[in-house]
Design a protein around this ligand. Structure first.
Ligand SMILES: [Mn+2]
Length: 332
């Protein structure tokens, strides 16, 4: 993609969005949606619809069960609409558009907080923001203050959920004093903080609990206990009633005392492994995952390994993260 896209200030993005308040707008979430991308899309959509526009949340993939509470009463479209302006939220690069990847060049605006990526529209990208929700919050504030845009009450819960999701309930290293200030403002504005925390961080399905049991059974401690890794084959997940998306045990792996890096591998189709990685120390998971065509954040990143059996996928992860751990311990 040769096109040059402009980096916008939040004020410029707000001006652009102010001009969309009575238009047809698709607000697009990334594939495999999480609370941040969905909360941001729901927030912008609610604002535009409140002010006379015709906005829709669009996502390549269906909303996972644990997020349905957030989208309650809102129809999530699985197709881009003809003639709609397009805004991407929490999407760093075209592949994260999922089935809409070929439409990347048709977007009017990107709001994002990922440091690494390939912009595909004029954009606000703030790597310092814990969640895209922080960017949307500030843009919404400008819309309200400078453009007289009405902000419906539900928006505060949507944005709170976005931030709560990406910060792991304000526990991750991306959480800043500003994150807490924004959360306080959202709380004061009526965000449903208790319901959001419970649904995002406490509720588990039976499938997820079965995944936890399998993840602990298959756990290996490597590199002197610094690397904890687990994996699940398609067969194991089927036997245990675990749906594909349910096996995601990287956080459990990194919860082991003394562990620097947690890695979870799940087979998504024969020979294809989705790796999810988490760091407890300053090791750049995104850089390691980029070596496999993946990405994410320093402390939490992912990638896809193709053409491996379980042992091969585990060995590839062990080698790359083993090297990163050795460099970290050597102070490189
Ligand atoms: Mn995000």
């Amino acid at each position: 993609m040769a096109a040059e896209y402009r980096a916008l200030t939040e004020r410029e993005a707000a001006a652009l969005l102010a001009g969309m308040m009575t238009e047809k707008v698709d607000v697009v979430s990334h594939a495999s949606p999480d609370a941040d991308t969905l909360g941001c899309a729901l927030a912008l959509t609610a604002i535009i619809n409140e002010n006379g526009g015709d906005a829709a949340v669009v996502c390549s993939d269906r909303v996972p069960d644990y997020l349905c509470f957030l989208a309650e009463g809102v129809e999530i479209s699985d197709a881009l609409r003809d003639g709609a302006r397009r805004v991407a939220v929490d999407i760093a690069s075209p592949p994260q558009l999922g089935r809409f990847v070929d439409a990347a060049g048709t977007f009017s605006l990107m709001l994002d907080h990922h440091g690494r990526g390939e912009t595909f529209a004029d954009n606000v990208v703030e790597p310092g923001a814990a969640a895209c929700g922080e960017v949307v919050f500030r843009v919404a504030e400008i819309l309200g203050a400078d453009y007289g845009v009405k902000i419906p009450a539900c928006v505060y819960s949507y944005i709170y959920a976005a931030i709560s999701g990406d910060t792991g309930s304000f526990r991750f290293a991306n959480t800043t004093a500003e994150t807490h200030r924004i959360a306080a403002r959202l709380h004061e504005a009526g965000a449903d903080t208790v319901r959001i925390a419970h649904n995002l961080h406490a509720v588990k399905t039976l499938g997820e609990l079965a995944a936890l049991r399998l993840g602990l059974t298959n756990m290996k401690l490597l590199h002197g206990g610094r690397l904890a890794m687990t994996s699940a084959t398609l067969g194991e997940m089927a036997e245990n009633g675990i749906k594909d998306g349910d096996f995601s045990e990287a956080d459990e792996m990194r919860s082991v005392l003394g562990v620097y890096i947690g890695v979870s591998l799940r087979e998504s189709e024969p020979g294809v492994w989705r790796a999810s990685t988490r760091a407890n120390v300053d090791i750049d998971c995104a850089a390691v995952c980029a070596g496999f065509g993946g990405g994410g954040h320093r402390g939490a990143a992912g990638c896809t390994l193709r053409g491996f059996d379980r042992a091969g996928a585990e060995a590839a992860m062990e080698k790359s993260f083993g090297r990163a751990i050795e460099e970290f311990e050597a102070g490189i």
